[in-house]
Design a binder for this molecule. Sequence first.
Ligand code: UDP
Ligand code: MG
Length: 152
Amino acid sequence: MAIEQTLILIKPDGAFRKLTGLTIDRLDATGLEMVGAKMIVVTDKLARDHYSSLSDKPFFEDLIKYIRGGYHGISDSRILALVYRGENAIKAVRAVAGATNPEAAAPGTIRGSFGRMNSVTKQFENVIHASSDPTDAAKEVALWFKKEELIP
Ligand code: UDP
Ligand code: MG
């Protein structure tokens, strides 16, 4: 069993719809430890660096607008970023997050309970980001947090 760290973002739809507390409740129920938390302004550069592997996707520009709060009236683009740590943290958080498409996410997962397909933009509003594998997690934790901002 590997002790891992994973990055979670409460996306702007989660903040706008007041789902932050409910989401953290589900994350805490995993038994993992929260070792980093901060509100941060998501600059255009940070958004593009975070999603760099998706830059060739047709939904990329909408995704950048979404993660920066552009669809939810969050004019200063702030977001809550968290790091959880523990045994198999990456998979454990993905499991409680649920599938990317909220309509396909299992009931009881964060996305299955709270996510929705926006009927106007046709975008997945899936409440959270969670790192998908150890390579992504290492890149993402380093992108969003300085080492000294995490509990050792
Ligand atoms: N996304 C989307 N449409 C798609 C695929 C992805 O709007 O067909 C958005 C969605 O917000 C998703 C994010 O892009 O969470 C990142 O996509 P990824 O495939 O990495 O899914 P995740 O790792 O978030 O489950
Ligand atoms: Mg992903």
